[in-house]
Ligand binder design. Structure first.
Ligand SMILES: Cc1cc2nc3c(=O)[nH]c(=O)nc-3n(C[C@H](O)[C@H](O)[C@H](O)COP(=O)(O)OP(=O)(O)OC[C@H]3O[C@@H](n4cnc5c(N)ncnc54)[C@H](O)[C@@H]3O)c2cc1C
Length: 388
């Protein structure tokens, strides 16, 4: 059974549609867009038409929500074409799931219908210049007064922030709270006076979409802008959202790894040395075998975590394992793809060098792999080991 066989016929059709979009419309233009670091306006437009920004929004709000395994496989397809496209919908989907799960009725009605079409795009602003791993130590403060919230602070590395109309901002509404997480909230921020997207950060890969510094200087938000309407719940809300985010990053790693394997497999059959295709040299054949084996294992682990999430279970450990394993696997696969391509693996006229630059983001983003190991170890102890 192919991997798609686990999905309903309708969801299989959606994944195949995205696969065709990638092969016909993304692959032919990606190298040029990536090397010129051009925002993929037309491709994002097509993603809106395909309903990709509404994948986490239910029909009653105008979206077409899909199961978590389907979401993972769609993300893999997009990342196979260009990781940046999967990134452009990643934070957006997490914010949609946060709104659905925790938002007030008014917040859902305000944002979800326009998020479903991509008219409103959303991003998450967690990381600060002082650090991204220790989120309880954030310094951005939203103080309440008679006019609502007054926000001051700075965030960094916020992807899609220039083009997102909605920023789910992690901030302190009670900086003196103890423990610190009780003073953290998610504020639904829209662009306005005092909110400045100040600088596009230069990056190794993940080109085309912007990752920026964002500052809040006496930025004003209305009193009803706290996600769910109650202060102090933001840390737990974001941790839940990151379960989806980490599955998304795992799926992005699968896509980059698969692209690298596909290119390497094709090249190893075309390229000859010592009178035979290079795949027939045992070293190269072994690379291919290892790449395919580890990619298959990473996909199964990711789909396992996705199925657990779909069943409504807590999946911080499972999503952490998927993200950890899939991203480390992708790193190894892209390195082997460079090796298999010989000198051309180092050429900017081949796509493998892009995979090699894109893969490291997945070991860092949405919580570094060191942090995933902390989460997994803590859960192993708490749950009394693996549930077999
Ligand atoms: C291209 C890109 C896009 C991004 N997009 C976004 C975005 O849209 N929104 C957003 O909020 N953030 C975003 N980030 C930020 C990203 O989530 C952070 O970079 C990441 O969480 C790590 O934070 P840091 O860079 O501050 O590293 P630090 O927290 O300073 O960590 C530095 C090193 O110390 C290790 N370390 C820290 N604490 C521990 C610990 N307790 N145990 C073991 N090791 C530890 C880390 O694993 C890492 O190796 C993006 C980053 C990049 C590069």
């Amino acid at each position: 059974m192919s991997t798609l066989g686990i999905l309903s016929a309708e969801e299989q059709f959606i994944v195949r549609t995205v696969r065709d979009f990638v092969d016909r419309e993304v692959k032919p233009v990606v190298r040029e867009l990536e090397h010129s670091d051009t925002y993929p306006e037309a491709l994002i437009g097509r993603m809106k038409q395909l309903g990709i920004f509404g994948l986490a929004v239910p029909g009653e709000y105008g979206g077409t929500s899909v199961s978590m395994p389907c979401y993972v496989l769609i993300t893999e397809e997009l990342a196979r074409g260009w990781m940046s496209l999967a990134g452009a919908m990643g934070g957006h989907t997490v914010v949609a799931t946060l709104l659905l799960r925790f938002g007030t009725q008014a917040q859902k009605r305000r944002y979800l219908p326009r998020m479903a079409t991509g008219e409103i795009r959303a991003t998450m602003a967690l990381t600060e210049p002082g650090g991204g791993s220790d989120l309880q130590a954030i310094r951005t403060v939203a103080g309440k007064d008679a006019d609502g919230y007054l926000v001051n602070g700075a965030k960094t590395w916020i992807t899609n922030s220039r083009r997102s109309q909605l920023i789910a901002l992690l901030c302190k509404t009670d900086p003196d709270a103890s423990p610190a997480h009780r003073g953290i909230s998610v504020l639904l921020a829209e662009h306005g006076p005092g909110l400045t997207v100040s600088r596009d950060l230069p990056k190794l890969g993940y080109k085309g979409v912007e990752s920026c510094e964002v500052s809040f200087d006496d930025y004003r938000a209305p009193a009803d802008a706290i996600l769910g309407g109650v202060e102090g719940k933001g840390f737990a809300q974001i941790m839940k959202g990151l379960e989806t985010g980490r599955l998304q990053v795992a799926a992005r790693a699968l896509g980059v790894g698969r692209a690298a394997l596909e290119d390497a497999l094709a090249y190893a059959q075309e390229r000859e040395s010592f009178g035979k295709p290079i795949w027939q040299h045992q070293s190269i054949g072994n690379y291919l075998a290892d790449m395919a084996t580890s990619l298959t294992a990473a996909r199964q682990l990711t789909l396992y975590a996705a199925r657990e999430a779909q069943a409504g279970r807590r999946v911080d450990m499972e999503a952490g394992m998927a993200k950890l394993f899939a991203s480390e696997t992708a790193m190894q696969i892209v390195l082997n793809a460079v090796r298999i391509h010989g000198g051309y693996g180092y050429s900017t006229e081949f796509d493998v060098e892009r995979y090699f630059r894109d893969a490291p983001l997945m070991i860092v983003g949405e919580g570094t792999n060191e942090i995933q190991r902390n989460v997994i170890a803590r859960q192993l102890v708490k749950r009394g080991g693996l549930d077999v």
